[in-house]
Design a protein. Sequence first.
Lengths: 510, 336
Amino acid sequence: MSVDFLHPSEGAAIDGNVPALELRGIDKRFPGVVALENVDFTLEAGKIHALMGENGAGKSTLIKIMAGVYGKEAGTIRMRGREVDIKSPRDSLKEGIKVVFQEIALISEFTVAENIFLEGYPTGKMGSIDWKKIRADSAALFNRIGFNVDPAARTGSLPVSQQQMVEIARALAHEARVVVMDEPTSSLTPNEVSLLFTVIRRLAALGIAVVYVSHKLDEVFEIADTVTVLRDGRHISTKPIGEHTNDTLIQDMIGRRIDNLFPRQRGAAGSKIALSVEGLSTAKKLHDVSFEARAGEVLGFFGLMGAGRTELAKAIVGYDPITSGTIAVDGIRLAPHDTRTGVKLGIGLLTEDRKSEGLMGELPVYQNASLASLGAFARLGFVDKAREHRAVQDYVDRFRIKTPSLFQQVKNLSGGNQQKVLIARWLMRGLKVIVVDEPTRGIDVGAKSEIFALIDRLAGEGLAVIMMTSEMPELLGLADRIAVMCEGRLTVIMSREEATQEKILNAAIG
Amino acid sequence: MAIGPEWTEMSELTHASAPKRFIGGQLLGSSQLVLGVILAVLCIAISIAAPQFYSEANIIAILRQCALVLIVASGMTMLIITAEVDLSVGASLAFVGCIGMAVLNSTHSLALGMLAALAFAGGVGLFNGLVVTRLRVNSLIATIGTMMMLQGGVYLFTREAVQNHNQLASFTDLGAGYVGAVPVPVILAALIFVVAYVTLRFTTLGRYLYAVGANEKAVRLSGLRSERLKLFAFVVTGLCVGVAGMILSSLMNAGQPTAGRGFELTVIAAVILGGTSLLGGRGSLFGTLLGVLVLKVIDNGIIILGLNQDLQMVVPGVVIILATYLDIIRNRANVR
């Protein structure tokens, strides 16, 4: 590593007309699939360029080509006008491109300073590593981005937001001209997001071209100078952010317009109490939570990070243990407190963490759908596969689940379609109460409205839907009543009519 | 690094070229295909070099060799599909033989000897299962512990081989007998294999075993008792060891505390070779059968070709790495 990184040419001192990075006519194929077709992507020094698109649009493939993880089949890459050949992540870094992936690639057992200088430790006499210099240089780097992380801290002990800062510092240490941030805010708190944005703007001010990959519209409007939208592996548009509105951006991303994100078809909720929870407490989070939910209603739970929504969801379906309180489905108590009893009584959880708690990724779609209801398709323990397949096919058709066949491994489906499979799992079982936790997390804009429609339909069919969400529009668009949580307590329940954003936020802050 | 979370990114595009493992599985998954080809090549190569390979006597010898491994591998396949493993089967095999033989000697009853062997081996499986599901000790570690306890424990039980004192004909037949031209152990192995095969392929229980291996939390959230499913697989593996242990002591005409060293590795190697994933949720008994055959044909080939017998450990080691690597290449071709 050269020593000169502390005094690079600040700002875009180079010829203003030459792009920092220019990708032209990029093609990338995977067997049987065109992932990118003739994509152009041009970055200007000192500008923040958002790269948007739904899952499958080709964003990840494009940045992986920039990072040298994938090779391209056709096209050229130019750094400041000079054609470069990027064959490996090492080449990419050498050319001054630093990609900060969503899954942070730092060695968690090493200190911050060690990680920053991983590719080449400064050495002193006798070839020994000059730790003093490493520490000092790290501190200097953090100084430049205006964010302080202790260079001696063990990296794994830091929150994700600070690990991102370490990655950014690494980029500076490598004199990166291009920094790519891949969905950087997906696990950050609002506070951390605004800090990150400050640092990103700082990078731009240093003359670095920043690529901001995201599908969150509000963030892009806040931070980006320019937006490029990809769809189905093709370049759709590149415009200054000022020329976009929410609607035009969504339209570019999904290729059609969404007229109504929250179509309400269901009638009013019934009067029958489907779920009653009384004085529920858990060892770690929940304190004395009580509420009732009626058949046919959507009861939305809102709360900030750490308010206890997921904990509540897992406790009321019997997954996590409780210390006191009762849960009753249709008047029958959930005892013993386990999921087996819960499912028997007719309460189930649509988890927020599909990959680790919902899907059996390696297994085919039909086995994922029928998991909770397999007994109903069996005689003397033998599965009647024909009947099972017919039942699953029925849901695939009704929910318009996009899958080439029932035998497709479910991990190959898009997030929205995976969610539909999991909803089908519960409907095939037949529930009275369904608890949905962040039902649209990781799901494309286009598929979101379909999930909303499905939730609406669940309530319409007489289920009580308990919806945990951190998304205000989702809450206001879907719920009949709104419950707000703060630090493990239920602070207020209000009807949709009396609810306003201010009231909800006030209750959430406590 | 190349195949990871970006998977979903590709998903909508990959539909057309999706891997067809679960349709193919009805006939032959392609990992089995690779293995089938390896087996065929081995058989042809060995028989060209040594024509006596295809003699009836040799084929029966190979099958008899396969029987012991296949019996335990049938249970082990179920267990590995649930994402657990049992390393104590070799040590248990020796212990079971000694106990079965001792009970047989004192009761003069094959049934009671058999029962004692099954009870002991099943008990070992139950113990392993409880340690793993209740105490939440990783199964690799738990069963290494059990293995050491059994290896030492068998010497507390007997310092030397337990000799066969009453020479019951029915007991001798267990290992050395024939029905027509087919050895009894081969018939027992075939029976156990078929039961396990049918269970895994056609029953709800089998489906739940795959499900637990694929995602235990999802199974629990669906109202199923994941711990019991794992416990079941541990006990079944134990019971298979019980049967195999009795056959082995019949073949050796004694209960040998030193028997079964390294047996667990052969069994697990056969299962892995057959394409069952150590991560759980994926695998098939048919693959295991092929895995057992490949390993034992190699063994046999080394003997009849008159090669150095120490190769009996070396060659399978090479084959396992090679076959697993071929599987990775195949998967990569499917993914990309």
